[in-house]
Design a binder for this molecule. Sequence first.
Ligand code: ZN
Length: 142
Amino acid sequence: MLTCKKTYRDIPFAHRQHNHDGHCALIHGHNWGITLTFACSETDKNGFVVDFGKLKYLKQWIDEHLDHACLFNESDPEKDALLAAAGHLFKPYVLPNSSCEGLAQHIHTVFDPMVRKQTNNRVWIVEVEIIEDSKNSANYRP
Ligand SMILES: [Zn+2]
């Protein structure tokens, strides 16, 4: 198996952990990074796992859904009120859990099928790392 990594850095978005007993329950923002580890058994005709120049569909998804967004957990008791208030004030994105760990798992769930489809199942994602600011990170490996 061969692997390669692509990192998207300095993506600003907010989240809230409604169950947290501290300040993480408040809506707050970070600068995020997403590192994807791609894997394949056979490279393409160029000897690449993936062509880094042909991953625009992933960047586009990040720009559309995460960049300058506000992430909420599906189980957030304020979800409906937050979504109703969103309007032009913020761009909401709801996922199972907006923690680093939850985001790593969610990004894998969304991106892995996209990558498999784009590469005719030649490539898959073996790991997603989510980096929160410069100090914290979490990894998901299925
Ligand atoms: Zn946070």
